[in-house]
Ligand binder design. Structure first.
Ligand code: NAD
Length: 543
């Protein structure tokens, strides 16, 4: 119980400044020291249910993608009995948590943000660099800044949502009670963003829900450090239950449970589709209609107009396509360039690619690390070989998997605008270019809209406003995040709410009020101060 009078206001959020890690900076020294200590450890990661640690004895290993014999952690996989225990623990925790004032809940995540800003920053950055092979900069913008932003902006958006109340007059008071959902929310997180791993369980928790969190096996180390941080920030036991394990087993158990109240997913389109089907097949067993939120795959485009700034375009292709080895849902992977500027663009992009070093991200000179695991390495290599056989490799094309899963940044050119590599998500450092006739700009835009099932991010490069307007219009449904003269990656919480439609997800815009509204079930309350005491209406009087 807590007593408090006053309409609380959370601190006004501002985006966490990105540290540079340039030589000589304090943050560089701190990060290098944490990288060295973490690389020297081999930790054990348990399952945590209702605040208690469980060790199933069924153990899997977490390795470094860039040095895949180096084991960072042994982690325990949840058993079917533990999944049931997690449901019970979340129901127990929900009773108290959902009755906390929203300000008390918000304080837990504001404290988590502060811990991450200060004492925990380099632990989460180092875990993301070693476990997911991100460079210092890619880790900083993700594991530190974006997650801090989620934890500071979501309480602010919650406050704004709770502020929305209905009208009343002197005879009655109407109110909206934004309840959490009845049951548990199942959060399933991807490997590629530590910030998303932190946001998917905590956004529903902030709104008064209890959560069962299944992290990705390939990002288990950073997920574990997030969980420990949340405990330190004061998250009560059982509000978020940490259940790593076999994805199909965990999902099958939870997606058919009567108390499933929602799914908060980010990952591939196929997996989301299969989860939706399982939910559909179990419709008659649920107490409530589960809220299904999923942000999924992308086939993100850059379209250049003949008026494009060639240098800016080349940098956008290189950064947008190859940062974090192209493993961003927003990564530029299909590029359409008019023939009049292609020779200059090609020269500039290849010139940049020749300078992109690939290797161990703890060597700060590297621009790229390894791709996440052997499965991704094989899949991406197959796409590169397809390009070699059916199109032209302009630059790159070498894959080496003996010590780490390294794939060179690769630029492929095709004449066929519906070529496989222009349509399917590759999720690796492969950019495919199609060169079109300058006079066919509008037709090209129509083709871009048609040739992929996704609609996540996209960009137009043009100095000509009317070309920008045409692209904005013809590509209106082709991307949930649209960029003008900028790369299609790097959305910032509070600035570019993120998400896409079509095969890219439910577009519930992580880190915004649009997302939080999915985790509440509003109750309308009408209180009448002077109820009628006569059943008859005036019109019923005799003429
Ligand atoms: P993934 O689909 O392989 O895995 C995501 C999560 O689902 C993991 O926790 C995984 O263990 C779990 N999972 C795997 N198979 C499952 C199954 N059969 N049933 C239930 N759960 C299952 O995705 P990933 O490789 O971790 O991430 C990359 C994908 O995520 C890409 O497609 C990318 O575009 C997408 N992504 C989208 C966004 C976005 O905001 N739209 C953001 C990041 C990543």
């Amino acid at each position: 119980m807590s007593a408090f009078n006053g309409n609380r206001r959370v601190p006004l959020p501002v985006n966490e400044p990105v540290k540079s890690y340039a030589p000589g900076t304090a943050e560089r020294t701190e990060l290098k020291s944490r990288l060295a200590s973490m690389a020297g450890e081999r930790i054990e990661i348990p399952i945590v249910i209702g605040g208690k640690e469980f060790r199933s004895g069924k153990i899997a290993q977490a390795v470094m993608p860039h040095d895949h014999t180096h084991v960072l952690a042994d982690w325990h996989m949840a058993t079917p009995e533990m999944i049931q225990q997690a449901v019970t623990a979340s129901a127990e925790a929900r009773k108290e948590w959902s009755s906390w004032s929203w300000g008390d809940r918000a304080a837990v995540f504001l404290k988590a943000a502060e811990l991450l800003t200060t004492t925990h920053r380099q632990t989460l950055n180092a875990a993301t660099m070693l476990g997911q092979s991100k460079t210092a900069f890619q880790a900083e913008i993700d594991a530190a800044c974006e997650l801090i932003d989620f934890w500071r902006f979501n309480p602010y958006y919650a406050e704004q949502l709770y502020d929305q109340q209905p009208i009343s007059d002197h005879t009655m008071w109407n109110q909206l009670d934004y309840r959490g959902l009845e049951g548990f929310v199942y959060a399933v997180t991807p490997f590629n963003f530590t910030s998303i791993a932190g946001n998917l369980p905590t956004a529903p928790a902030l709104m008064g829900n209890s959560v069962i969190w299944k992290p990705a096996a390939t990002a288990i180390v950073s997920a574990w450090y997030i969980f420990k941080l949340l405990e330190e920030a004061g998250l009560p036991p059982g509000v978020i239950n940490f259940v790593p394990g076999d994805a199909v087993m965990v999902s099958d158990a939870l997606l058919s449970h009567k108390d499933l109240a929602g799914v908060h997913f980010t990952g591939s389109t196929n997996v989301f589709n299969s989860m939706w089907k399982t939910i559909g097949a179990n419709m008659s067993s649920f107490r409530s209609y589960p809220r299904i939120v999923g942000e999924t795959g992308g086939k993100d485009f850059i379209v250049a107009h003949a008026s494009a700034d060639v240098d800016a375009l080349a940098v956008a292709i290189a950064r947008g396509g190859f940062e974090f080895q192209g493993q961003k849902c927003s990564a530029a992977s299909r590029v359409y360039i008019p023939e009049s500027i292609w020779p200059q663009v090609k020269e500039r992009v290849v010139g940049i690619m020749q300078q992109l070093r690939v290797g161990d991200p703890t060597d700060f000179r590297n621009f790229m690390g390894a791709v996440i695991d052997n499965r991704a390495f094989k899949k991406i290599s197959d796409y590169v070989e397809h390009g070699r056989a059916n199109a032209t490799i302009v630059h790159g094309g070498v894959a080496k998997g003996d010590t780490g899963y390294f794939i060179e940044p690769t630029l492929i050119e095709t004449r066929d605008p519906s070529y496989k590599l222009l349509c399917e998500e590759i999720f690796g450092p492969v950019v495919t270019v199609h060169v079109y006739r300058d006079s066919e700009f509008e037709e090209m835009l129509r083709t871009v809209d048609r040739t992929s099932p996704y609609a996540l991010t996209g960009a137009i490069f043009s100095q000509d406003r009317s070309a920008v307007r045409t692209a904005m219009s013809l590509l209106r449904d082709s991307a949930g995040n649209f960029y003008i003269n900028d790369k299609p990656t790097g959305a910032v919480v509070g600035q570019q709410p993120f998400g896409g439609a079509r095969g890219s997800g439910t577009n519930d815009k992580a880190g915004s009020q649009l997302n939080l509204v999915r985790w509440v079930s509003a109750r309308s309350v009408k209180e009448t101060f002077s109820p009628p005491h006569d059943f008859r209406y005036p019109f019923m009087g005799e003429a």
